[in-house]
Design a protein around this ligand. Structure first.
Ligand SMILES: Nc1ncnc2c1ncn2[C@@H]1O[C@H](COP(=O)(O)OP(=O)(O)OP(=O)(O)O)[C@@H](O)[C@H]1O
Ligand SMILES: [Mg+2]
Length: 354
């Protein structure tokens, strides 16, 4: 049983708060992703769980054990570091074998376990090489192989794909997902790449400046962001956010007028809608503006507009064409609209289905 519970966990260095009051239960065998911009406290959270960093406040539980004071080696956790941390003087085989030696796993089991792990990460052809003679992606797989060789209770992976090129990231990502599914080990995975988070996670924790912003499944976070930070961090492009005014259930901003919105709030608000939820039309609709730029994405066309300070994107059919500067209209259904507090950025209404 490898449930992990963090209760009011904080990390401070003097006056600086790296992680602020983190509360979460990570379920047995869950794939949890910590997502947030650089410096938001992802690695620190991970290091506290691994026992590599003392916690300033709170409790960390692994199953029914309070592990605050437990040495890293007694926590039965494997960590893949942001930089792979391979031993340069050891072969791939010995690198993968290393955790077995440290943990005094009986010698006669080593060969079989190393070969099994190496097979899973597709390194059987490279066992005699030193890390220096491997590509970035192969080194990454050695680090993974070393993490899985002894089947721990928990995997911690800190940006394991950060040094790979785009294509390799996609294939290694699929491999990690498959491995986790096969091994059924509770996994916490750190990334600042929202696509990686969305594709891998059972649940995502979005962090900013040491504070958890939202915890939810990828769908929940995409469809129902708790605030403008999450809305602007998830999705490619991110959710359009337009400041304006809500009056009698109608949202008003330059070139935008959307009726049939909730009437329980009024005054300054931020409107959110996703590029794919609006559609370009030749006239009418709730939105009109001049095309600022057009991007052909292959499977679709993305038109963008300047509304005040904001750039707004609307996705269209791949055959859609318009000139830069051309006036176009768009339909933005009220059911696709999210409203956020203009000052705090907190959601003030659920998208309502009409
Ligand atoms: N030993 C330390 N002393 C003081 N501040 C620290 C220390 N370690 C980390 N920090 C600060 O804590 C904050 C969180 O750092 P952390 O490494 O957890 O960020 P991160 O989310 O992993 O970022 P990245 O995506 O860049 O790896 C940062 O502002 C960092 O400067
Ligand atoms: Mg980090």
């Amino acid at each position: 049983m490898a449930e992990i519970r963090l209760k009011n966990v904080s990390k401070r260095w003097h006056n600086f708060v790296g992680v602020d009051n983190f509360n979460l239960t990570i379920h047995d065998r869950e794939f949890l992703v910590l997502l947030g911009p650089s410096g938001c406290g992802k690695t620190t959270t991970m290091r506290m769980i691994a026992g590599l960093e003392d916690i300033s406040d709170g409790e960390i539980w692994l199953g029914d054990r309070l592990v605050n004071k437990l040495e890293p080696k007694d926590r039965d956790i494997s960590m893949v570091f942001q930089s792979y941390g391979l031993y340069p003087n050891m072969s791939v085989y010995e690198n993968i074998r290393f955790p077995l030696r440290v943990r005094r796993v009986p010698k006669e089991q080593h060969h079989e376990k190393v070969m099994q792990a190496a097979k899973m990460v597709e390194l059987l052809d490279f066992l005699d090489r030193r890390p220096a003679a491997l590509s970035g992606g192969q080194r990454q797989r050695v680090a993974l192989g070393r993490a899985i060789v002894r089947q721990p209770n928990v995997f911690l992976m800190d940006e394991p794909l950060s040094n790979l090129d785009a294509k390799l990231r996609v294939s290694t990502r699929a491999q990690i997902k498959h491995l986790q599914h096969t091994l059924q080990v509770t996994t916490i995975y750190v990334t600042h790449d929202q696509i990686e988070a969305m594709t891998l996670a059972d649940r995502v924790v979005v962090m900013n400046k040491g504070i958890v912003q939202q915890v939810g499944t990828p769908t929940e976070i995409y469809d129902n962001p708790a605030n403008t930070f999450v809305a602007s961090f998830i999705g490619s492009p991110a959710m359009n956010l337009v400041p304006g005014e809500l009056r009698d259930g109608t949202f008003l901003a330059d070139g935008i007028s959307i009726p049939s919105l909730p009437r329980d709030t009024s005054g300054p608000v931020t409107l959110g809608f996703r590029a794919e939820d609006a559609s370009l039309v030749s006239e009418g609709g709730q939105f009109r503006a001049d095309v600022y730029s057009m991007e052909l994405l292959g499977e679709a066309t993305m038109a963008s507009f300047r509304i005040g300070e904001q750039l707004v994107s609307i996705k269209s059919d791949k055959s859609y064409r318009a000139e830069i500067g051309q006036r176009v209209h768009a339909v933005i259904p009220s059911s696709a609209c999210h409203l956020f507090d203009a000052r705090t950025g907190t959601r003030v209404s659920q998208p309502h289905k009409s």
